[in-house]
Design a binder for this molecule. Structure first.
Ligand code: ATP
Length: 568
């Protein structure tokens, strides 16, 4: 840091590698993470490779080949990495190259060159080719060779899968500095935007709704350290199910008009699915959208429109499932919805306004929901993983390999943490109201990663004398205050006037929740004798990695003090 000479800077990027899409990001010299567009101008690059003639197509171009050349188009392969054939769910690959059994696990058989025998490409090989293309796009954009990357993966990616991913990337010529978890990357993307040098302690739920799966994670952010408290996954819930809701809707319309079902022909279905996805995206921005497909099936063209209200009804069950997943991950973390300070919506499907509004309704108004539909300042949910990865890459670019392992790995995985909040109760014989009272101050919130240390000062006594300090385990309780009855009835009446199409459940009353701190157990007591009137008392709590608690209390400016240790 003291070097005034410009050091040889490494060029590093962040990669979000999804089953549906991937993205690449870099951090500019002013510390801002930016997602890079590939040569076609796409920031969300479909994780698809297609072999046509002697050419290899990648990204959106490859995805469009799902219509004409599905057998030689490889899609939705990320989760197959490191899995045995028996353990994969091939459903998503139904309309593209089918996965086959291979001695290394899973592979695809595609015609790479015209007239040549089909070649067998393992998932590792496909991953290498995909990362190579991403790397080339980044390199073209930045005009530099890329020296390394940080890649994001879901929290349930095994060590074996991570290892294979790192090897596949290395084989493409790109060194992986670190593999980090997607929800942590999303949280990093937001944390990096905060302007304070001391990040605020908070509990965050990251809800990542992608194309083929939905993942939820509860993360405690304490003093800049992240601890993963609980995760939950749904492998059959994602943007594709929302596309299918539209596919079914328009197919019924088509059948009514032309007595033929476009879902029964592979090519018609592929066409309809691609257009439905585009229509769905339009509905995230506008209240209605058009669909127009030439020669959809049986030689008939198809033109129609759909409004957002209809789409919300068609996808209501899916949104209910997402809400259910959120409730269950909070429960798994042993928490209450009101314990979540912030919800970060990540993944492409999080653009859907209805999802964001239902999540906002689920939580009390004190919980911030970061999504484009609920907060105009929210970051693009499709870009969070890549941005977080780029931020992490720039932080660790100059580290040695062991330092990366040591300094960042525990912070985002299994850091020991406090099960209960630790607080201090100061007994004051002449409290604010002139009566004796106990004041509880929470020093260390539950889920604070250890080791941790906090110091605070208090006015010990207003009149002078002994000051009793009790160190306690505390619990924050939520008290649900339901709105007054008249207000409730009025809200219900208003609901009834709404358009019939709207679902009435959604106008739930806003929850008013008050937090109170309850003392659960006294851990230790310290008595400071003969404290003078108005003199300040300093209390320091130090929790070691093995949860041993050391308490030091002293009179500020006085001599001596009290010190004690409680085993963890
Ligand atoms: P997975 O690994 O679950 O397949 P991913 O991380 O590869 O997901 P994402 O880019 O996060 O993929 O999400 C892709 C999904 O997001 C697609 O179903 C896509 O249609 C959907 N999506 C993208 N943009 C929007 C939008 N504006 N409105 C609604 N859905 C969108």
């Amino acid at each position: 840091m003291s070097d005034s000479e410009e050091p040889q800077q490494k060029t590093v990027i962040g990669i979000a590698f999804g089953n549906s899409n991937s993205s690449i990001a870099f951090t500019s010299p002013d510390g801002k993470a930016e997602v890079i567009a590939n040569e076609e101008g796409d920031r969300q690059i479909p994780s698809v490779l297609s072999y046509v003639g002697d050419e290899e197509y990648h990204g959106a171009q490859a995805k469009s080949h799902l219509i004409r050349n599905p057998k030689n188009t490889i899609a939705y392969f990320r989760d197959f990495l490191g899995k045995s054939f028996a353990d994969i769910d091939p459903t998503n690959a139904h309309s593209s190259a089918h996965p086959i059994q291979h001695e290394t696990g899973v592979a695809f058989s595609v015609e790479e060159k015209t007239g040549a025998e089909p070649s067998t490409l393992t998932v590792s090989e496909i991953t290498t080719r995909h990362i190579k293309r991403l790397q080339e796009s980044a390199s073209d954009f930045l005009g530099k060779q890329i020296d390394g990357c940080v890649i994001t993966v879901p929290t349930d990616f095994s060590d074996a899968q991570r290892k294979l991913l790192a090897e596949a990337s290395k084989a493409s010529g790109l060194e992986v500095l670190q593999i980090i978890q997607e929800p942590v990357a999303s949280l990093l993307a937001y944390t990096a935007r905060e302007e304070t040098s001391h990040p605020v302690d908070k509990t965050v739920l990251v809800l990542d709704i992608g194309g083929t799966r939905t993942d939820a994670a509860v993360i405690a952010s304490r003093g800049g350290m992240f601890t993963l408290l609980a995760t939950q996954h749904d492998y059959e819930l994602g943007g594709r199910q929302f596309d299918d809701a539209l596919v079914d809707h328009f197919s019924k319309e088509f059948i009514k008009k032309h007595k033929t079902d476009p879902r029964e022909n592979e090519r018609s279905l592929a066409k309809l699915r691609l257009e439905c996805e585009a229509t769905k995206k339009t509905l995230s921005l506008s209240t209605s959208a058009q669909i127009s497909i030439e020669s959809l099936a049986g030689g008939f063209d198809f033109h129609s429109t759909v409004n957002r209200l209809r789409f919300d009804l068609l996808s209501k069950k899916l949104v209910d499932q997402i809400v259910g997943l959120v409730e269950s991950v909070v429960k798994k973390a042993g928490m209450d919805l009101s314990d979540i300070n912030e919800v970060i919506l990540a993944g492409g499907t999080s653009h859907t306004p209805k999802i964001a509004s239902r999540i906002q309704q689920l939580f009390p108004s004190t919980t911030a929901v970061q999504a484009p539909a609920t907060n105009p300042n929210a970051l693009n949910p499709s870009e969070l993983s890549a941005r977080g990865a780029a931020i992490q890459a720039s932080l660790i670019a100059e580290f040695e390999a062991e330092d990366i392992e040591q300094s960042t790995h525990p912070a985002v995985t299994v850091t020991p943490h406090l099960a209960k909040a630790i607080g201090v109760v100061i007994h004051s014989p002449e409290g604010d109201e002139g009566k004796a009272e106990d004041k509880v101050y929470v020093f260390l919130e539950a889920e604070t990663a250890v080791p941790a240390r906090r110091t605070a000062t208090f006015v010990g006594t207003k009149v002078g004398g002994d000051v009793l300090i009790r160190i306690v385990e505390a619990k924050k309780e939520s008290v649900d205050i339901t709105p007054p009855k008249e207000v409730k009835e009025k809200t219900a009446g208003d609901d009834d006037d709404e358009d019939d199409d709207d679902d009435d459940e959604e106008e739930e009353e806003e929850k008013v929740i008050k937090r109170i701190t309850e003392v659960e157990k006294v851990i230790a007591e310290a008595l400071l004798k003969d404290v003078k009137k108005g003199q300040k008392v300093e209390v320091m709590l130090n929790v070691a990695g093995d949860l041993t608690l050391t308490i030091t209390a002293r009179v500020v400016g006085g001599k001596g003090g009290v010190r004690g240790t409680v085993p963890g």
